[in-house]
Design a protein around this ligand. Structure first.
Ligand SMILES: NC(=O)c1ccc[n+]([C@@H]2O[C@H](COP(=O)([O-])OP(=O)(O)OC[C@H]3O[C@@H](n4cnc5c(N)ncnc54)[C@H](O)[C@@H]3O)[C@@H](O)[C@H]2O)c1
Length: 308
């Protein structure tokens, strides 16, 4: 199993590290445009192998895509992150050009690959890969919901005073502060609805804290976060590599599902060796459906800024 991660910055390197530590891939190639940067990160990570007990071989490359040839999975994290006060949508101008050229270079050397898009605005970048490559839709996956759901579970556990392992929940919709749809109605603590334990007001707070999860960290860190994003990507990569058939909310091209068409947005999907193997349609109540519709309108508006 060969995995390429483009962008050896904060998220890319963290993602490579988590993939290596989980020890399911034979090879991870880190690629960056900055001279020597990916090689340096790869060497540093390889020097953790004996300490962390993994055998995954991590190599680095400065813009040499021949080193990525025949990758089973390619992750795109290249692009600029947001600074405090910025929205993800503001990154579109620079990141669209980067994601378009990177995906084309990757596919030239790995025509059978599965692409996971991380660069923001992620739903629109995922849509861009659909519109500018010939990859089938099951092989183009946007990562946002897996991270947003992890942040949701963190906030739920905090509100419940419970261990995170006791909590389950999912965030669907667009990967943006306004677009996220945290499904509080379906969240559980050890299979009991969380609504049994916390008030509506506290749940509203959980929902709001989840939606601004990225912005909160960007304010604290001065740039966007990387540990949880890297871990979330590694979870998707592992589900595909190990054919786990796990359900994650991922951004995928919708063709009528959830009443939506011609956009990529976060919905639950089954991930296995073929990438997105199934889109899971769950019944939303009126409020959730209205929020999802509004979220989709936001994503479509950002898609409209693309020069296709
Ligand atoms: N989808 C999500 O949930 C999520 C979460 C966190 C961050 N992000 C996004 O991921 C992206 C990366 O964030 P980061 O914090 O790692 O940023 P970063 O600046 O630390 O790293 C980005 C890397 O991309 C490289 N790069 C730029 N252009 C390139 C090109 N053409 N080819 C190869 N490499 C190139 C840069 O040299 C840099 O090393 C941002 O767009 C950020 O908004 C998404």
């Amino acid at each position: 199993m060969k995995v390429t991660v483009v962008g050896a910055g904060a998220v890319g390197a963290s993602c490579a590290e988590y993939i290596a530590i989980k020890n399911f891939a034979s090879e991870v190639v880190l690629l960056d445009i900055k001279e020597g940067y990916a090689e340096g990160k790869a060497m540093d990570l390889m020097q953790t192998a004996s300490l962390n007990g993994f055998d995954t071989k991590i190599t680095g490359s400065t813009s040499d895509y021949s080193k990525t040839a025949n990758s089973d999975i390619c992750v795109i994290t290249s692009g600029i992150p947001r600074k405090p006060g910025m929205t993800r949508e503001e990154l579109i101008g620079i990141n669209a050009g980067i994601v378009k050229s990177v995906s084309s270079d990757l596919i030239k050397h790995s025509p059978d690959t599965i692409i996971i898009v991380v660069s923001n605005p992620m739903d629109t970048m995922t849509y861009l890969v659909h519109k500018t490559t010939d990859l089938p839709k099951n092989r183009i996956i946007g990562m946002g919901g897996a991270l947003d759901s992890a942040r949701f579970k963190y906030r739920l556990a905090e509100a419940l005073g419970a261990p995170i392992s006791d909590v389950d929940g999912m965030v669907i919709g667009g990967h943006s502060d306004k677009g996220m749809v945290p499904l509080t109605r379906l969240a559980t603590r050890n299979s009991v609805p969380v609504t049994e334990f916390i008030s509506d007001e506290r749940l509203d707070q959980v929902r709001e804290d989840t939606k601004v999860g990225g912005a909160t960290l960007t304010k604290l860190l001065g740039t966007s976060a990387w540990y949880a994003p890297g871990a979330a990507v590694s979870g998707l990569v592992q589900a595909i590599a190990c054919d786990q058939k796990k359900i994650f909310p991922c951004s995928t091209m919708l063709e009528g599902e959830y009443g939506l068409n011609d956009l990529c947005i976060g919905v639950p999907v089954v991930l296995g060796r073929n990438g997105i193997e199934k889109i899971v349609e769950i019944e939303l109540n009126d409020a959730e459906a209205a929020h999802m519709k509004e979220s989709a309108e936001g994503v479509s508006k950002t898609n409209g800024l693309l020069e296709l």
